[in-house]
Structure formats: C-alpha cells, structure tokens
Ligand binder design. Sequence first.
Ligand code: AMP
Length: 503
Amino acid sequence: MTNHLFALIRDGISDPAKPVIETPDGRSHSYADLIARSGAYAAALVAAGVAPGDRVAVQVEKSAEVIFLYLGVVRAGAVFLPLNTAYTPAEIGYFLGDAEPAVFVCDPARREALAGAASGVGRVWTLDAAGAGSAAAAADAQDGTAFADVARGPEDLAAILYTSGTTGRSKGAMLSHDNLASNARVMVDVWRFTADDVLIHALPVFHTHGLFVATNTVLASGGTMLFLPRLDPKTILALMPRATAMMGVPTFYTRLLKEPGLTREAAKAIRLFTSGSAPLLAETHRDWQARTGHAILERYGMTETNMSTSNPYDGDRVAGTVGFPLPGVSLRVVDPDSGAELGPDEVGMIEVKGANVFKGYWRMPDKTAAEFRPDGFFITGDLGKVDGAGYVHIVGRGKDLIISGGFNVYPKEVETEIDGLPGIVESAVIGLPHPDFGEAVTAVVVGGEGAPAEAAVVAALEGRLAKFKCPKRVLFVDELPRNTMGKVQKNVLREQFAGLFGG
Ligand code: AMP
C-alpha cells in the first residue's frame, strides 16, 4: 500500500527541478526540494515518536515551510491539524485539549504565551514565517530523500480542520486521504490545471480553501504557486503577468477592483479566476468582467465537504450561482423538517454525498449522527435551490434564516434588493428578537455617497418585497464585520444589536 494522498502528489510531478512555491523574499522551492524537505519533516516526526493516526497541531504564519510540514505529517501517516493564526491562547487550549496532538508547532514569538495552553502536549516545536525554529532544526537533522512514506489507505485520516463555529464549540472535521485526493483530482480535471499553471496564492493555509482547494490542486497537477502572506492588491497586480490563475474569496475581487491598474491588459496572462468561501455579489462578477474580460468562476464547498459544486470551465458562469455538482458529488435540496426532496427552484436544505464528504466530527459521534441522513447524505446547513437549468444557488446558512411572525424570510432576497438601491455599498439582513414577531427583519447597511436615509430605504423596499420581508429597522454602519475568509459574521451583528426591539 502506498501513502494514498502523497502518491497523488508524487505522480503529479513532471519535472523535479520545476518550482513549486515561490515566496516574495525571492526564494524558489522546487519539487525536488518539496520531496526532500517534507521527507525530512516526516523523518523528524517519526523520530520524535509520532505514530500513524497521531495528530500534529500547527499554528504558524504562512510560508513554504508549512506546506512541507503538512506533507511531512501526511507522509509520516499522521493527521495534520492547522489552526487559525488569529486564535487566542485560550482558544488554542481548547483545540489542544480536544485533539490531544502528539506534537504542537507554534510561532516562536508565541511560544511563551502558549505555554499554558500547550502544557498537556508532549512535544512543542516552533516555526517562524522565515522557516526557522526547532521544527525546522529537527528536520535539518534528517535525510529527507531517504524517507519511505508510511503506508496509508484511502479511508485513513489525513487532516482535522476545526470549523469556524459561529454557534457553540468548534467541531473538528475529520478528512480522509481520499476526501482530499479525490477532490484534488476532480479540481485538476474540471478547472483544467496542468504543470504549466502558475497560481497566485494569497489565501491563508490554515483553512480548506488555501490549504486544500488551492494547494492540493496545484500540487496534484505539478504546477507552481506564488505565495503571498496575505491579500495585497498591488502585489497581486504586479504578479498577474507571470501567473495563469488566481483563487480568492470575494474580498480579493472587490479590493482589486479598487485598483486603477486592474485592466484587461493587466489580467491577460490569466486563464482562470475562481471565487468561493462566501457569496460573490453579482455586481462584483459584472464589474470584474467589464474591467478584465474574465467571468469569475464561482464555486461552493465547505470544510466538511471540500468542493461540492462549480460553475463550468466552458459554458456559462452564471453570476449569483455556484454552478453544478462536481463529478462524483450527489446534491439534493430537501425540506429541512421532513427530508422530502424538493423540485426545481424550491428553496430548502442542501445535502451532499460523495467521496468529498468528511468522515465525521472528531470525538463527537452524536453531532456527526445528527448531521447525516440514514442514506449517507450530509446536511450542509446551507439553504439553497437548484434552478431549471441545474445551477445551484445558495440562499444562506440555515441558522441565518429569519422567522418573522411565522413567515420564513431568506436574508439574501432582502439583501439583493437593498444592494440594488443607489448609494448602498452592501448590506447584511438579520433577525433580532422581537416581542410581537418573534424575530424582526433588520438590515445592517453600509452606505456610500448619496446613500438614502432609513425611511427612504424602507419606502423603496415596500414597493418590491412583501410586507413581512421588509426590514423593521435599517441601521447604518461603516463596515460589516468579516472573518479572515471574508464571511460576514452575522452572529456578531445579532449580538451587537440584540436589544434593539427590547425582545
Ligand atoms: P468553510 O467551512 O469555512 O469553508 O465555510 C463553508 C461555508 O461557506 C458554506 O457552508 C457556505 O455557507 C459558505 N460558502 C462557501 N462558498 C460559498 C459560495 N460560493 N457562495 C455562498 N456561500 C459560500
């Protein structure tokens, strides 16, 4: 037996001398370096007593070295557990207590602050953004080229990613070798990745989008990544002539659109722009196409399912939709209560099944059981519909659904109307406790120049939406709270304005 996931990457290498990762400090790492360095990390982990199935938790800044460490963990047969760099010591304490890793790798600058959180972990190593630290030193002491990959089958775990968890405790999604390998293969295929591709990679690598969707797809095709530590529109523009693809969250596109240098000419070397992790406004899609000539390819997935749908590479990339289910993925929309399958254009719960779907939540058998149907479909928690042409539309998270006076209000429908008003930049529609209605539809709005006042917004909507969908209040803010993946944090808004109606 081979190491199922790493075998895919090995097989994808066309030329060992080809660069796999280039970083802004001018360093270039080849596929031969990737093999040697990930082998050295794997050997160091095995020498430290890491056994197959052991977790290796990592909270470090983005660098090429983290990718080699990730692959080293996989090759050692262990389970890679990346943690958001924004997590506080208290949060890290929860994750380490829950996952019980054999090794925890952190930034040397945080080693002291994390001492308490990591007190139960047998071995703590360090790694900084420049690739220095005790983890790197442990790898330096090994001959990586000699490492024999630990055999792992398709069903063995490769990674645990904690979900962002906006309600309750974060849950660890267990991802198998085949969850990741099969999805990477599909993405290479449907997005036409080859060894000639050069991807602008400005996403974090502790999240599924940057770590698996972007990195695994490029590694499986033998291409190259230009690593940026974070979204930096000017640097991205400067890199575009050298690149063939970029994967981003919607914020990448809205920020780049503010750059006067974004033109057809600037983007002419690129063959593919993708967006996901949060809804891309139809307006952004249109503006991008007008400025660059490219239709952004929007796709949909989540930590638990990897990629589930994608707009087509050839064919219409329809703004406001996330395209078709990927090959091997079954997707259906059901009535959330009865589980009965709904017809075209009917809004309900999106459920998916396929090799992409995770193995369950780490040490939470009850939560896992509650989120799967008896026939194996995973209940995503996203509400949406499939239109007559087969395109999937996401309406929002189920928990963001507003029930006002007994009627269901889908926030996206109201947001689309508000965003279409002159002078409005964007909006988030939430339900707040209300003594009469149960929940009151409330719009939190970012206004631009010439934005209408509250009463004018309500008046404009009354002509377009049924009365029960119209916001009871419209609150203006400077910006909407977002997490690192660009998702609007409606839970933060709900907490902030909880007492508005005295409910
Ligand atoms: P995460 O597990 O952090 O990747 O978050 C997954 C969630 O992000 C999904 O369940 C959706 O609610 C949302 N999401 C991902 N892609 C899209 C998209 N293209 N449009 C709308 N929502 C999306």
